[in-house]
Design a protein around this ligand. Sequence first.
Ligand SMILES: [Zn+2]
Length: 317
Amino acid sequence: MQLFSDSSLIDGFIGAVAVLCVDGVVKWSKGVRLGTAKRYGVHKAEGMGEVLAMECLCEEEDKVIEGILPLGIDNRAAIATTASGKPGPGHYIWDIFHRRHRKARNTHPDFRLHINWTPGHVDIPGNEAADMAAKCAAQTGNFGGPLAVLTRLPFGKSALAQAHLRLLKKTATKEFMRSQCFARIKAIDPVLPSNKFRKLTAPLPRKHSSVLFQLCSQHVPLAKHLYCLNKSPSPTCPCCGSANETVDHFLHFCPTHQAARSRLYTTGRLARYTKHLLNTLSLLPTLFAYIQESGRFHAIYGDFKKIELPDNANSTR
Ligand SMILES: [Zn+2]
């Protein structure tokens, strides 16, 4: 006789199952659908699978079970928790398991449970059956008769925290995509919001990162934006007086900065395009050299020191 327990997360639901095999053939199985993945984690489901395995044994009253009885589990964390006496998340489930184990020993005093790690998807019949049954439990609900243990477990703390974090990220993304800022940034980086900007600016000092984001969002202390904030009497470029001082005008067209711009453009063709210039790590040192040389942000930010990129930072983000 062999026991296998397993859990599965499928279609957003978590299922746990135990399978009892005799001579390599599944005699019967017991499964439970815990609930949604927003409220329960796989770790708890693994513990619940072990509890169900003990329920299988308790219900085998008319059969003599003796000797070593293996319980195969394909989750090392669950095995470690079973043997641990330390309190931890969901440990009350393993307390139930130990109580069920003692009850099974009362029914079958001559067996010794041996929990071992069973690798998944290697054609061990009982384990494969447990895997399939766990998916079935997650998709269709409880099976295998009434459960002696509580079927509605308290919600998992970490699962709730992760679900809340996902909700916060989703809400923040929606808010960001509704903002005017997003429409401008999208032209620079169409995949925002993402972690790419954080990776791009990781080697930069805080001041450089800040100005880079301001240039991307066009919320930068140039005359056009300051005029929109009623902080400048005119949107016209104070350097040349020939056009509104936008980000594009500052970077590519203002004749006052032509000498600095020619040095900026020596870095390559991509430097001539705003979306590449603000989005390519290897171009950032010359971009900030250009900003420093132009002196446009000096009154607010002071000097922009020369930045050195790490050797492995030559790839674009
Ligand atoms: Zn100008």
